[in-house]
Design a protein around this ligand. Structure first.
Ligand code: B12
Length: 312
């Protein structure tokens, strides 16, 4: 069994063995789960097959790879658990490593960091709030300090959106709570990562979630409200450039409510936090500065009573 420890010393083979812990996989499954290139996956698997660590079984036209024995599985699981612990303990470091990899376009390393967090059973809320969110803020700091350029900032954003989709594939949604949330940004608001985090959190909490994305014209936003009759509408306004569009959107949304149809309006993002009173006056029921605050203070109250709590 000494071979297993040797193979775990290699990053790529460790990731493949980790994936095989969850059951038999084809090369295609492993390529999509690890973002590694197909010839690399095949080479590593062939090597580990010769060493008696994995086995291949043909089912119809497909070849499934699995761990050779329960003993191999136990070794892989215990080794991964130790490393996974490392990620949870060193979140700050993991976040910085993630930001470096994302700005270098090294999506495979980003996936590895995210996968370690997933395997460590870190909740989605923590992966978003403690790992990916701070990494994007770091990317912003590097951009401002001119350590990276616009292309790298865009690349990191695109990778992060894909990593969030990866996280979502690994979580089981809670029981359907039969409520609908509609999320979007007003005109001239292009920052969607934070709002997407909220949407994903609502989805795993059992909400039907409709995500409209960035820069949504008012009339389209209102039409989506009319068509879907959401219980909760969340608007994000991160940069000052989106202030006017965001504020007028909240006014129009608020005007859409009637005595027979009410929905809760929440708005957040740094620009909102700097102009809190204006958004509340425009008709928002609450303003909120983070996913964590929303998840721990606002959502439980909205679900329980349909009302927003008084949070300072
Ligand atoms: C990535 C990024 C972009 C990407 C966005 C890509 C994408 N797909 O989203 C792109 C390249 C498009 C972009 C563009 C611009 N950006 Co930019 N961007 C960033 C950066 C680096 C990261 C943003 C991010 O993802 N953060 C991580 C997420 C998780 O945090 P968040 O968005 O704040 O969301 C959290 C909370 O705010 C809250 N939240 C957010 N929305 C909501 C909504 C509700 C309802 C609730 C409850 C909570 C909530 O919950 C989230 C999780 O905790 C930041 C730097 C930073 N410090 O944030 C700059 C930053 C936000 N950008 C900035 C600027 C100025 C711009 C541009 C104007 C730059 C330019 N000159 O072209 C443009 C256009 C912006 C526009 N009109 O909207 C400024 C904003 C400053 C300001 N106050 O105006 C920042 C802060 C950078 C800086 N320091 O200068 N940007």
């Amino acid at each position: 069994m000494i071979h297993v420890y040797e193979e775990l010393g290699d990053t790529s083979r460790r990731r493949l063995l980790g994936e095989l812990c969850t059951g038999p996989k084809t090369v295609t499954d492993l390529v999509s789960a690890t973002c590694m290139k197909q010839p690399n996956v095949s080479t590593h698997l062939a090597r580990m097959k010769v060493k008696g660590i994995v086995r291949a079984e043909k089912v119809g036209r497909q070849v499934f790879y699995s761990l050779m024995s329960a003993e191999v599985e136990a070794i892989v699981k215990s080794a991964l658990t130790k490393r996974d612990m490392h990620v949870t303990c060193c979140l700050k470091e993991a976040s910085a490593n993630y930001a470096t990899a994302a700005t270098n376009g090294d999506e495979s390393s980003c996936a590895e960091i995210v996968d370690l967090a997933i395997r460590a059973k870190m909740p989605l809320l923590d992966i978003y709030q403690e790992l990916l969110g701070p990494a994007m803020i770091l990317v912003g700091a590097w951009y401002r300090a001119e350590k990276i350029g616009t292309a790298q900032e865009h690349m990191a954003s695109a990778i992060t959106e894909r990593m969030m989709a990866r996280v979502m594939q690994s979580v089981m949604p809670a029981k359907n709570v039969e409520r609908t949330a509609l999320l979007g940004c007003g005109p001239n608001s292009w920052h969607v990562i934070g709002l997407r985090m909220l949407g994903d959190y609502l989805t795993v909490s059992g909400w039907r979630t409709l995500f409209l994305g960035a820069n949504v014209p008012h009339n389209c936003f209102l039409k989506a409200v009319d068509q879907n009759q959401p219980d909760l509408v969340l608007v994000s306004c991160v940069a000052q450039d989106g202030f006017d569009g965001g504020l007028s959107l909240i006014r129009e949304l608020s005007g859409r409510r009637s005595s027979t149809y009410r929905f809760t309006i929440g708005v957040g993002g740094p620009c909102v936090c700097m102009n809190r009173e204006a958004f509340l006056e425009a008709g928002a029921d609450f303003t909120c500065s983070s996913l964590k605050l929303f998840a721990e203070e606002y959502l439980p109250s909205i679900e329980r009573t349909g009302k927003v709590p008084a949070v300072a």
